[in-house]
Design a protein around this ligand. Structure first.
Ligand SMILES: Cc1cc2nc3c(=O)[nH]c(=O)nc-3n(C[C@H](O)[C@H](O)[C@H](O)COP(=O)(O)O)c2cc1C
Length: 194
């Protein structure tokens, strides 16, 4: 089994990546493979609303990471979305990516889809807006027939400068617990599907 992590921070390997890795640690302990894609240094184009993705399970924009990441999502058993909070919501790259992933998914329900995969979302914030960010990412899972894993509290941790989230012990504990719950759900679904 595999979980794909998507980190939409403009900073590679910083707070959002630390949170994703904390979830990954628990998944790895349960024998679940993990991979993190990081958008840092790249620009994801927003949806053009051209609707040309219907029937081809692909997006017309071909010059960014979308296709590679979307393909990996289709192959994964679980998807962990992670965003820093920018302007009290998800980062622009995550917004653009989810717009396109949602429309490609909606327009191609007969092909390979996200149905019955496990999803979870985490956010790193300095002070405010993490709840909106987590909710925005969860909406993708909830309207693509996925199952959302939760934890003991909201899936967020606080910190501004690189590495600051390491000081938010409650946030880190929550990430670890999220990893355990994701593993539990993935294994239960695997058993069910045989
Ligand atoms: C453009 C921009 C906007 C931000 N807006 C917010 C915000 O509205 N609320 C907040 O709590 N933090 C905000 N932050 C701070 C980041 O969420 C915080 O530093 C986070 O830890 C960054 O995660 P990273 O290390 O993975 O990049 C903003 C940062 C940037 C660069």
């Amino acid at each position: 089994m595999k979980v794909l992590g998507i980190n939409s921070s403009a900073r590679k390997g910083r707070n959002t990546a630390i949170l994703i890795n904390k979830v990954f640690e628990e998944l790895n302990k349960e024998g679940i493979e993990t991979e993190m894609i990081q958008f840092a240094g790249s620009i994801i184009e927003p949806c053009k609303a051209c609707w040309a993705c219907g029937g081809q399970n692909n997006c017309v924009h071909k010059n960014d990471m979308f296709r590679e990441v979307y393909d990996k999502m289709l192959e994964a058993d679980g998807i962990l979305l992670g965003s820093p909070v920018y302007s009290a919501n998800i980062s622009a790259n995550m917004q653009a990516f989810l717009e396109r992933a949602a429309v490609v998914g909606d327009m191609n329900r007969d092909g390979k889809t996200m149905k019955h995969k496990v999803g979870a979302a985490v956010a790193a914030a300095r002070r405010g807006g993490a709840m909106q960010a987590v909710d925005a990412m969860n909406h993708f899972f909830l309207n693509h027939e996925m199952f959302v894993a939760g934890s003991t509290y909201w899936n967020m941790a606080y910190g501004q400068m690189p590495g600051d989230v390491e000081k938010d012990q409650e946030g880190l504990d929550n990430m670890a617990n999220l990893g355990k719950n994701m593993a539990y759900l993935l294994k239960a679904l695997e058993e069910r599907q045989g």
